[in-house]
Design a protein around this ligand. Structure first.
Ligand SMILES: NC(=O)c1ccc[n+]([C@@H]2O[C@H](COP(=O)([O-])OP(=O)(O)OC[C@H]3O[C@@H](n4cnc5c(N)ncnc54)[C@H](O)[C@@H]3O)[C@@H](O)[C@H]2O)c1
Length: 321
């Protein structure tokens, strides 16, 4: 099936990621059918999509026609079977759990048309070990980032059993949704960005736990230095400007030790114990308790859109300098 034949998208799982992905497809004119095990998810999804549209309108990123499509193109099904029955693509965005995903793939295999594509939004799992063997040629990891209707990148992760046309169709379609794609030739846990974020996290929690710096100053340090520089030079090209000789010496300098591996850093554990889980509970490293969650998320999205609006030129070419 090529891109022009694709019309119907089923989104399975309408939690944090599903609604934004649904909106992105619907805005581009695709017929979306959402399904979630939790019956309240459909209503929440509608509210989230309405909020997304409001933000996009503020930034002139959605036309009147696209607004109508976003609202009109999303339907909700009462069962997975109903959602995938006529799907050309099934986007799986259910909880990050092997057993849950395996069960969903088995149901998709039973109920979706034989030639439909299966896209997984997994952040870390090797879903090529979980999907039925006969579906693998049409299966692909297409990993979006939160908030999925705003962050441009989708990581596409191949496997030797995936048909080249499945990869091509995914890249083609994601481009139609104005996404920026990168391709990983084979599976590695966490793909590219979550591997890097995990390493950054090790350093963040080391610096916080050892009392070197406050969360506020650490965030400001990043925002006032490497964050904007990364927009211009990425991570790799930056070494050309630092100088490869100096970079090599920095790497070899043993006094500049790596943080010890700590999978239960105190900065996280103490807060989790108190029930402070971040914005969803009103408090994490920072306090959001005076505002409701929707408002906090909307505010984050508005700032993200504002930043992306001004740095869009950085994404137009693979290399700026
Ligand atoms: N949250 C993020 O920032 C983020 C970013 C990128 C990728 N992901 C990945 O996207 C996927 C979804 O993540 P999320 O954060 O939206 O999770 P979530 O927990 O917010 O939502 C998952 C949803 O799946 C539903 N669900 C569970 N089992 C189901 C089933 N059998 N059928 C239908 N629905 C079912 C749940 O009811 C829930 O609403 C995961 O694989 C995750 O790793 C998450």
């Amino acid at each position: 099936m090529n891109t022009s034949e694709i019309k119907n998208i089923a989104i399975i799982g309408l939690g944090t990621m599903g609604p934004g992905i649904a909106q992105a497809f619907a805005q581009a004119g695709y017929q979306v059918t959402g399904y979630d095990l939790n019956p309240a998810a459909a209503q929440t999804c509608q509210t989230i999509v309405a909020g997304i549209i409001e933000n996009l309108k503020e930034f002139d990123l959605i036309s009147a026609e696209e607004e109508k499509a976003s609202l009109g193109n999303i339907a909700y099904a009462d069962s997975l079977a109903e959602a995938v029955r006529e799907a050309h693509i099934v986007v799986e965005a259910v909880s990050e759990n092997r057993d849950i995903k395996r069960a969903v793939y088995s149901q998709v295999d039973e109920c979706a048309p034989e030639d439909s594509y299966l896209w997984s939004n997994t952040s870390t799992l090797n879903i090529y070990e979980l999907a039925p063997a006969k579906r693998l040629a049409n299966t692909i990891i297409a990993h979006w980032f939160a908030p999925p209707h705003i962050v441009p990148l989708v990581e596409v992760v191949k496997d030797s059993r995936v048909a080249p046309s499945t990869v091509e169709t995914a890249l083609d379609l994601l481009e139609k949704l104005n996404k920026i794609t990168i391709v990983l030739e084979k599976y590695v846990p966490g793909f590219v960005i979550n591997r890097i974020q995990r390493n950054l996290g090790r350093e963040v929690f080391f610096l916080l736990d050892q009392g070197y710096i406050s969360p506020e100053d650490l965030d400001m340090a990043i925002k006032a230095s490497i964050a904007p520089r990364m927009m211009v030079l990425g991570l790799v090209q930056r070494y050309d400007f630092t100088g490869l000789d100096l970079s090599a010496r920095n790497l070899a300098d043993e006094s500049f030790f790596d943080p010890p591996v700590d999978n239960n850093p105190a900065a996280l554990a103490s807060k989790i114990e108190r029930g402070d889980l971040g914005v969803k509970t009103g408090r994490g490293f920072f306090d959001y308790s005076d505002r409701d969650l929707t408002e906090v998320l909307k505010e984050r999205d508005r700032y993200l859109l504002k930043v992306l609006e001004s740095v869009r030129f950085c994404l137009e070419k693979k290399r700026l300098v």
